[in-house]
Design a binder for this molecule. Sequence first.
Ligand code: UDP
Ligand code: MG
Length: 318
Amino acid sequence: MAHKPLETLSILIPVYNEVDNILPLFERLSAALKKTERPYEVIFIDDGSTDGTLDALIDINRKNQNIKIISFTRNFGQTAALSAGIDSCKGDIIIPMDGDLQNDPEDILLLLQKIEEGYDVVSGWRKDRKDPFLNRRLPSVIANKMISFIGGVHLHDYGCTLKAYRKDILKNIRLYGEMHRFIPIYAKWVGAHVTEVPVKHLARKAGSSKYGIGRVFKVILDLMVVKFLMSYSQKPIYVFGGMGLLMVLGAFISGGYAIYLKLLKGVSFILTPLPLLSVLLLMLGFLSILMGFLAEILTRTYYESQGKPTYHIKETIP
Ligand code: UDP
Ligand code: MG
């Protein structure tokens, strides 16, 4: 059997004010990575920390190999930090994780097992999550159900940062807002095989969580954008035009009914709201269709100016 070189790992860790977690995390991570027997790099993305996190990272970097630090000028958020990591990593398998020790580095071995089985995306599932119930676990259960339903990929825990991706899947991906959690949906969309494994989750020992309940709303709005982009980004006229046509149809129905009432029942136009409704729907319908045309022009500019293909090739033979 031909001997394939071992695929390399890139571990991406966004950190924002995690000074007390850095060293213990790094020690446990190194131990786990040794067990994988693969070549690896660890990329810490310092997301504008103000508590000495960067100094702790630089210290680790001096004493160890295969560590890279990307330091942001200010706090840009976890998604941006992950994007920076994805853009600059070199490994064949990309594994993001939290820098607060709530993920157990040992679980990387579980993720890798699934990758070896042939999956392109393996999502961690914090089955026994150690976070407060009311403002964390409950919204998360609901959000995960919604995301699964709308995105068409059934996972229990989109919010778990600990996941593993084959590099090809993340090529060309661009992340905005809170969207790193939707990567499995994007991946599925370009034809990836997606699965999940239960992973451990530990309570935070040092530092504090960077998020509150407000994240829920951002996630819902991002979900709407993702759904729209996923289904219609190449054909926005189907959404805008579809709604426009429905409204024009509504305009004809209510207008027609008003005329029917007037001619056959002798009911004056000003006695029903129907003529007004008809005009309103007609205007909105036309505007919506026109917006669809605009969106079509934008879409063309988007794909063509960047030379982005509208398809994904697996391989070409020969
Ligand atoms: N994080 C970051 N930038 C931010 C917020 C968070 O890099 O603006 C990092 C944070 O340091 C941690 C990870 O993202 O490593 C997850 O954050 P947190 O533990 O606060 O989220 P939670 O576990 O409470 O959902
Ligand atoms: Mg955390």
